[in-house]
Design a protein around this ligand. Structure first.
Ligand SMILES: Cc1cc2nc3c(=O)[nH]c(=O)nc-3n(C[C@H](O)[C@H](O)[C@H](O)COP(=O)(O)OP(=O)(O)OC[C@H]3O[C@@H](n4cnc5c(N)ncnc54)[C@H](O)[C@@H]3O)c2cc1C
Length: 456
């Protein structure tokens, strides 16, 4: 009989389109699955919100894996030690790739160690549309500009998703072992989300059925449920980018009237691949400015302003609405992410890394490529970034994208009763009970930021 195979799961918590799981099942022996809450030095620990999602996700996955005869073990410690230990007696260890520089180096060390122990180790395509090393400019360089990347990506055959493997039927009684105590603040997240592979598929289908046609026009309106809300599922791989791509393409084919909107949706999904491309090819993007000169900005140390920003008490309603939405639901609308990030990194001139870390800890979709990639985009240090002189005005942006004020009224009850023409600038016409005056003068801080960036 064929021997045991160890499947090491990381950002790929699904049965469908899971190349490493497919290969493990095809080997014909017993398959044991392992997830490690990694404490190895040099690897970025997950944030608190992401750990909450992960816990639910592992329970759902353990259940699904049991149905195909695979037991999932969840352990905490150094994967550098645990994986080789657990692999003893196995013929092979299989995993899907991850793309951060530290993670790749770490995985390469483990691979070498396993091979040294006489155990095969194979890595498979990770959760991207195209492997970052399989797409390059005409001169063979990594892409640094999004539009040609997107054009090139569209010409590629995106690999078709693999089916869910079938296995022996077994009673699905498993709970992922491992110790998790849910923090009190995280309990509210359960009211907003259903975690797991099945929920991810349902969400995609519902989006393509009901919302995608309005996506191009409505995706920037924070009050409208117009986007897919797939990001937390993609972040932990409960659905793969390839599954999203192919399901959407099939709908575009069957319902040609949706094709234009689906193209727009997939072009946003491609930003995710673009950020992974940068994560793979550049120095640690969560630390190092992609355009070197922006790494030398003279950031201000302003703990009081940072605290007001994190707690949604800046006195600027659309900013506070976004920061409170994040705290309450674990996500924030993309347009408002841009505004809150711009206020921090530009008007307040607080180092964008601090904001990135706050998002990393509080976002359910915290992603090693998308979070720093987008922060660098807003802060102007990304390769294809918003130019430094583009400093969002949160008042005019609020009036444009939340014209009725419904979004800010939802999250900032202090301004609920103000008339529409004041709801985005409550300071005009007196003070508002219980709500602070703006912590910055938007015009003066804009000038200050322009000067600081220009000086570089
Ligand atoms: C400062 C800042 C930080 C961000 N941090 C993250 C993060 O940690 N994780 C994360 O997944 N996204 C991040 N984003 C991107 C974006 O805000 C979210 O992906 C989006 O809001 C998720 O909602 P959705 O799934 O409904 O998106 P949809 O509009 O339905 O898009 C579908 C998918 O495409 C991808 N996508 C869409 N927009 C972007 C984008 N700008 N960059 C990269 N991928 C994109 C996501 O995977 C998303 O789930 C950040 C944006 C900003 C401005």
């Amino acid at each position: 009989m064929a021997k045991k195979v160890l499947l090491w799961l990381r950002n790929d918590l699904r049965l469908g389109d899971n190349p490493a799981l497919q290969a493990a099942m095809a080997a014909g022996g017993t398959v044991e699955a392992l997830y490690v809450h990694e404490t190895d030095r040099g690897l970025r620990p997950r944030g608190a919100a992401s750990r909450w999602w992960l816990h639910q996700s592992l329970n759902a996955l353990a259940h699904d894996l049991k149905r195909i005869g695979v037991t999932l073990h969840v352990l905490e410690g150094e994967s550098g030690t645990i994986v080789p230990e657990r692999a003893r007696g196995a013929a092979a260890v299989l995993w899907n790739r991850r793309y951060g520089p530290a993670e790749r180096e770490h995985d390469a060390v483990i691979k070498a160690r396993l091979k040294g122990d006489g155990i095969e180790a194979h890595s498979h395509p990770g959760n991207v549309l195209v492997e970052p090393f399989e797409i390059a400019t005409k001169t063979g360089k990594p892409y640094s500009v999004y539009t040609p990347f997107w054009q090139a990506l569209k010409q590629r055959d995106i690999p078709a998703p693999l089916p869910k493997p079938r296995g022996r039927d077994a009673e699905p009684t498993a709970q992922a072992d491992g110790d998790y105590r849910e923090p009190a603040w995280a309990r509210k997240l359960g009211a907003h989300w259903t975690v797991g592979e099945a929920a991810a598929g349902e969400r995609l289908d519902a989006f393509l059925d009901e919302l995608v046609e309005g996506y191009p026009a409505d995706r920037d309106l924070p009050r409208k449920p117009a986007t897919s809300r797939l990001s937390p599922y993609l972040a932990l791989g409960e659905i793969s980018a390839r599954q999203v791509w192919h399901t959407a393409m099939a709908v575009a084919h069957a319902e040609p009237e949706k094709a234009g909107s689906i193209d727009k949706f997939l072009s946003e999904l491609a930003w995710r691949d673009f950020n992974h491309h940068q994560l793979y090819h550049r120095e640690d993007i969560s630390k190092v400015a992609m355009v070197e000169k922006y790494g030398h900005l003279d950031w201000r140390d302003d703990p009081a302003a940072f605290a007001a920003w994190t707690s949604g008490m800046t006195g600027i309603p659309i900013i506070d609405a976004g920061m409170r939405e994040l705290w309450e639901t674990g996500v924030m609308h993309n347009r408002v992410r841009m505004l809150t990030a711009s206020l921090l990194a530009k008007n307040l001139l607080v180092d964008w890394h601090k904001g990135e870390e706050w998002f990393w800890d509080t976002l359910l979709d915290a992603d090693a490529a998308n979070n720093p990639g987008n922060w660098q985009w807003v802060a102007g240090s990304g390769l294809d970034a918003s130019p430094y002189f583009r400093i969002f005005n949160p008042v005019t942006q609020g009036e444009r994208f939340d014209p009725t004020g419904d979004y800010v009224r939802q999250w900032v009850p202090e301004v609920r009763n103000l008339p529409d023409d004041r709801v985005h600038k409550p300071w005009e016409g007196g003070s508002v009970k219980g709500y602070p005056k703006p912590i910055v003068d938007l015009k003066l801080t804009r000038e200050r930021a322009l000067a600081a960036f220009k000086a570089l």
